[in-house]
Design a protein around this ligand. Structure first.
Ligand code: UDP
Length: 514
C-alpha cells in the first residue's frame, strides 16, 4: 500500500478505524458519500461502502481508481429485494423509480437490508468501528445497535436548509409561522431576514403519508453519536453554530467533499458512467471558448422539466446569444421535445452544446471557460459551483433547493434567482408557465454583464472558492474537522471494543498492512 501523508495513526491499543458508509441509493447522495469515503481512506481509515449490484456499476470505476491510488475502500454489495416489495428488477436507485407511488416501496426495500447488512458486517475483519448513515436511512440504527457501533448521520443538504426547516417546524405553533403553506414569512431564529413560504421550508419527508418514516428518521437523528455535513465553516459559520446548538450534538463539517477529486479523471468517473471520451470532447469544445463566457445548464438527477419549460430554457439560451452547455435528462426528452430540439440545435450549432443524459459536471464546472451555472440548486451542484468559483442562476424545483437558493442569492450573494418570488414548487409536470424565455435571458444577462454588481458577484464567488480549497487543505477548517471526527472515533471506539464480548482477531486478514 502506498504510504500517504496526513494519515492519522492510532496510538497503541487502538484499532485502525473502520468506517461503514451507508448512502441513500440516489446519485445526489451516493456521490458525496463516495467522495467522503475517499477523504477518510486518504487519512488512513478503512472504508466499506454499502451498495447493491446496479449501484456498484455506477461507482465501481471510481472506487477502483481510488484503490489503485492506494486508498482502501471496499464495496459491501447486498442484493436489493425488488421482487419482495413488488418493484421491477433493477429498481435500485431513486432515479430508476421515478413513479411517485413506487417510491415508498423503494424505501421499504432499502430498510430490508438491515439483516443482510448485520450478517455481512459480522464477517468483516477488521471489525467495523462505526457506521455513517445517510439521514434518509433510519433503519441503520438497528444495524449499529446490533453490532455495538458508533453511528453518525450524514446529511445530503446544506446546514442552512437543515437549520431553517428545523426552526420552521419548531416554531410552527408559535404564531411566527403561518398555517397557510403559501403565505410568506421570515424564517424564525436566523441572524438575517429570509422570506419563504412554508411549502419551501419543509423538512425532508414532512409530507402526507410519510409520518411514520419521518418519526423514525427524527428518532434516528436524535439518538445518533453526531452529525456530518458536507459544507465548510467559512461558508455557513452562523448556521453551523445555531444548528449545533439546536441539535445539542456535535456537527462535523467536512466539505466540499467534491474537492477530494484532485485528478481530472477522478472528476470524470464520478457518477453514472465512465465517459472519458465524452469528457475529452467537452473539454476540447470548452478550450475553444473565451474565459468565463459559457453558461452551463443542468438540473441534477431527480427533477424533471415539462416540455414547455424545456422549450423556454432552450429558446432563452438561444436569445442570450452566449455559448452554452445544456444537459437534458433522458426522461425530459419527450416526443414533443424531440420534435423541436434538432432545429434549436441547428440554429445554435456554432455556440451551443446539448448533452443528453449524464454529463461530467465537475469537469465542466472546473473549466475556466464556464462563466455561470443555471442550476436547480441541489446541494451538491451548489457546493461544486461554490468550490469552483462559478456564479449561479438558480431555479429550485423541490425540497431543500428553495433554501439553497436563498443561501446563494441572499446570504452568499453569488447568484441570481431565475425568477425571484417564485412560490410554487415546480416539480410537477403539470405546473406550467412558471418560467419564460425572457426570465432565462434576463437572468443570464444579470449574471454575465459587465456592470459593477455582476463584477462584485464574480469576485465573491472567486473568494469563496479560495476559502473552500483552503478549508480542505491540511489545517483548513474541514480538514481539521475530519481529523477530530476520526480522533473521536478512535478514542470512543476503544471504549466500545473494551466492552466487546467477542473480540475475534483474525490473523489471516488481507488488510492488516493497509
Ligand atoms: N451530476 C453529474 N452529471 C449530471 C448530473 C448530475 O455529475 O449529468 C452530479 C452533480 O455533479 C452532483 C450530483 O450529480 O454531484 C447531483 O446532486 P445534486 O445535489 O446537485 O442534485 P440532485 O440530483 O440530488 O437533485
Amino acid at each position: 500500500t502506498k504510504k500517504m501523508n496526513n494519515i492519522i495513526e492510532p496510538s497503541s491499543g487502538q484499532e485502525k478505524p473502520h468506517f461503514v458508509l451507508v448512502p441513500l441509493f440516489a446519485q445526489g447522495h451516493m456521490i458525496p458519500m463516495v467522495d467522503f469515503g475517499c477523504l477518510l481512506a486518504a487519512r488512513g481509515a478503512l472504508v466499506t461502502i454499502v451498495t447493491t449490484p446496479v449501484n456498484t456499476t455506477r461507482i465501481k470505476s471510481f472506487v477502483d481508481c481510488a484503490n489503485a491510488d492506494g486508498l482502501v475502500i471496499r464495496l459491501a454489495e447486498l442484493q436489493f429485494p425488488c421482487a419482495e416489495v413488488g418493484l421491477p428488477e433493477g429498481s435500485e436507485n431513486v432515479d430508476l423509480v421515478m413513479e411517485t407511488e413506487k417510491i415508498d416501496k423503494f424505501f421499504l426495500a432499502t430498510s430490508m437490508l438491515t439483516e443482510p447488512l448485520v450478517a455481512y458486517l459480522r464477517q468483516q475483519w477488521p471489525k467495523p468501528t462505526c457506521l455513517v448513515s445517510d439521514s434518509s436511512n433510519p433503519w441503520t440504527r438497528d444495524v449499529a445497535r446490533e453490532l455495538g457501533l458508533l453511528r453518525f448521520i450524514f446529511h445530503g443538504p446544506s446546514c442552512f436548509f437543515l437549520l431553517c426547516s428545523h426552526n420552521v417546524h419548531e416554531y410552527a405553533s408559535s404564531g411566527d409561522v403561518p398555517g397557510d403553506f403559501f403565505q410568506p414569512f421570515f424564517v424564525p431564529g436566523l441572524p438575517q431576514k429570509i422570506e419563504v413560504v412554508r411549502v419551501q421550508a419543509l423538512r425532508f419527508f414532512d409530507y402526507p403519508g410519510w409520518e411514520k418514516f419521518l418519526e423514525q428518521k427524527t428518532e434516528a437523528e436524535a439518538t445518533a453519536d453526531g452529525h456530518i455535513i458536507n459544507t465548510f465553516r467559512e461558508l455557513e459559520s452562523p448556521f453551523l453554530d445555531l444548528y449545533q446548538r439546536a441539535l445539542g450534538k456535535t456537527i462535523w463539517h467536512i466539505g466540499p467533499v467534491s474537492l477530494s477529486n484532485k485528478k481530472p479523471e477522478d472528476a470524470i468517473f464520478r457518477g453514472d458512467k465512465t465517459i472519458a471520451e465524452e469528457a475529452q470532447r467537452i473539454s476540447n469544445w470548452l478550450d475553444a471558448k473565451d474565459t468565463a463566457s459559457v453558461i452551463y445548464v443542468s438540473f441534477g438527477t431527480i427533477v424533471s422539466n415539462s416540455p414547455s419549460h424545456t422549450l423556454e430554457i432552450g429558446t432563452g439560451l438561444e436569445a442570450s446569444n452566449r455559448p452554452f452547455i445544456w444537459v437534458i435528462k433522458q426522461w425530459d426528452i419527450t416526443p414533443e421535445v424531440e420534435k423541436w430540439l434538432p432545429e434549436l440545435e441547428e440554429r445554435t450549432r456554432s455556440r451551443g452544446l446539448i448533452l443528453k443524459g449524464w454529463a461530467p459536471q465537475v469537469t465542466i464546472l472546473s473549466h475556466p471557460s464556464v462563466g455561470a451555472f443555471l442550476t436547480h440548486s441541489g446541494w451538491n451542484s451548489t457546493l461544486e459551483a461554490v468550490s469552483l468559483g462559478v456564479p449561479m442562476i438558480t431555479w429550485p424545483h423541490l425540497t431543500d433547493q428553495f433554501l439553497n437558493e436563498n443561501l446563494v442569492v441572499k446570504v452568499l450573494q453569488t447568484g441570481v434567482a431565475l425568477k425571484p418570488q417564485m412560490k410554487t414548487p415546480s416539480v410537477l409536470r403539470e405546473s406550467e408557465g412558471l418560467i419564460s424565455r425572457e426570465d432565462v435571458e434576463l437572468a443570464i444577462e444579470a449574471v454575465m454583464d459587465e456592470g459593477e454588481e455582476a463584477h462584485a458577484r464574480r469576485q465573491r464567488a472567486k473568494q469563496l472558492a479560495i476559502e473552500a480549497k483552503r478549508a480542505m487543505e491540511p489545517d483548513g477548517s474541514s480538514y481539521q474537522s475530519l481529523t477530530l471526527l476520526i480522533q473521536h472515533v478512535l478514542d470512543t471506539a476503544v471504549t466500545v471494543s473494551d466492552t466487546d464480548p467477542d473480540p475475534d482477531p483474525n490473523p489471516n486478514s488481507d488488510c492488516k498492512d493497509a
